[in-house]
Write a protein that binds this ligand. Structure first.
Ligand SMILES: [Zn+2]
Length: 272
């Protein structure tokens, strides 16, 4: 299925791919919205209630099955397909909506995420999406070398990107460069709390080894319980928003993989 998706994305022109994706999501959302009708859980991304969240369908052969064994259920929104981390972000954005609306420059979202896009659209907040591989993103860019002037953006959203890039420190330095002095970066990445610190391998190793070591065929690293310190070492102060401190009905604790401990890091520049 994953290979088929990649092939379709490769063949279709950008505009057609965008329209097809959007129509497919609308259709899928309307069907599951009926199946999961109820009031028990709430998704702040699409602002809808459901009887429960759906199981997450991970890609066999591309992910480490063991990491999903106990934590993939009750994770995915039936309408917008948000995962817990997206719902934590939108829950937080609801709290700072007034500030977001005042930003003079659009928000930069690295790695287009549909559920967060939906929240931004519903709240009339302009944003730009950027990705190195996703053809439907507005801008094609490498986070390690971005085509923006210094201090351009007020808010950068960077979910599950830093585990893919060859150089973590270089990426953080670049994020800091393009962020305004009073701006914020929202970060989340796979974090294995059984590890005291990050492990990485940026050499050429096989997909199978990456799946075994880091959980997914294209992950270069996995962060440990000192992730906030690592962020701080690159010149930021990190405020942690933890899923287990949020309302129970948004389902934001662990999952879909066991390394998704669902904490988001709100990072502000250390001004010396
Ligand atoms: Zn939703």
């Amino acid at each position: 299925m994953f290979k088929l998706k990649l092939l379709i994305a490769k063949i279709l022109p950008k505009k057609l791919l965008k329209v097809s994706k959007s129509n497919y999501r609308k259709f899928r959302g309307l069907v599951f919205n009926q199946i999961y009708k109820g009031k028990e859980v709430y998704c702040p991304c699409c602002n809808r209630n459901f009887s429960r969240f759906m199981p997450f369908k991970y890609e066999k052969g591309f992910n480490n099955d063991e990491r999903f064994k106990y934590t993939f259920k009750n994770t995915t929104c039936p309408f917008c397909y948000s995962m817990p981390r997206h719902r934590i972000v939108c829950f937080y954005f609801n709290q700072i909506k007034g500030t977001l609306k005042q930003y003079s420059f659009p928000i930069l979202m690295i790695g287009a995420e549909h559920a967060i896009e939906l929240w931004l659209k519903q709240n009339n907040i302009p944003f730009t999406t950027a990705d190195l591989y996703d053809k439907t993103a507005d801008i094609e860019l490498d986070i390690q070398q971005m085509p923006f002037q210094d201090k351009t953006w007020s808010l950068i959203i960077c979910n599950h990107v830093l585990e893919h890039v060859p150089n973590f420190e270089k990426s953080m330095k670049e994020l800091k460069r393009v962020l305004k002095d009073d701006g914020i970066i929202e970060i989340s990445s796979p974090t294995d709390k059984t590890l005291s610190s990050m492990i990485e391998d940026t050499t050429t190793i096989s997909h199978e080894e990456r799946i075994q070591k880091f959980g997914q065929f294209d992950h270069m690293r996995i962060f440990g319980k000192d992730f906030n310190k690592q962020i701080e070492n690159t010149g930021f102060l990190a405020e942690l928003i933890k899923g287990d401190e949020l309302p129970f009905n948004i389902g934001g604790v662990v999952g879909p993989a066991n390394y998704d401990d669902n904490t988001i890091y709100i990072c502000r520049k250390k001004i010396s």
